[in-house]
Ligand binder design. Structure first.
Ligand SMILES: [Zn+2]
Length: 149
């Protein structure tokens, strides 16, 4: 699965796959994370599509995950776990931490009566800040710096 991702995403230099309880809960429930419910979801994590269940370790799962990672850096694996990617191990691991933190907050909001989503203009402003941070030029520059040090 990791190799399929590296082949599909030349901007990716690290993959983190884990089974964090809250994010995996969304994957088990086949419930999407409400991106507009939390500033960190929009500005840091971004959309997190659900990849339909396939046998862990199978080629079918590898292909499906690599395909779903086009344009996003995190996916939920149905009935299994979560996966994040990044330009470095730290970036991918930090994204997994943010994903789990957001999932915990969104579950708490659900328990307290439901998620109140941000307005469209706020989502667009946060999305722009995420896009700037995630542009390939920015990633490559950061990666070159880390390789030199
Ligand atoms: Zn797993």
């Amino acid at each position: 699965m990791h190799l399929a991702i590296y082949e599909a995403r030349p901007d990716v230099f690290a993959v983190v796959h884990a089974h964090p309880p809250a994010a995996t809960g969304f994957a088990v429930a086949h419930r999407p994370l409400p991106v507009a419910g939390l500033a960190e979801m929009v500005g840091v994590v971004g959309p997190v599509p659900l990849v339909r269940y396939r046998m862990p370790g199978s080629r079918a799962l590898a292909v499906a995950v690599a395909q779903r990672l086009r344009g996003v850096d995190a996916v939920l694996l149905a009935n299994h776990g979560a996966l994040t990617v990044g330009a470095s191990c730290a970036a991918a691991a930090n994204l997994m931490e943010s994903l789990e933190q957001c999932a915990r907050i969104l579950v708490t909001a659900h328990i307290l009566g439901g998620v109140t989503e941000l307005g469209r203009s706020d989502v667009l402003a946060l999305g722009r800040s995420r896009s700037v941070a995630a542009t390939p030029g920015v990633r490559r520059s950061a990666n070159r710096r880390s390789r030199r040090s």
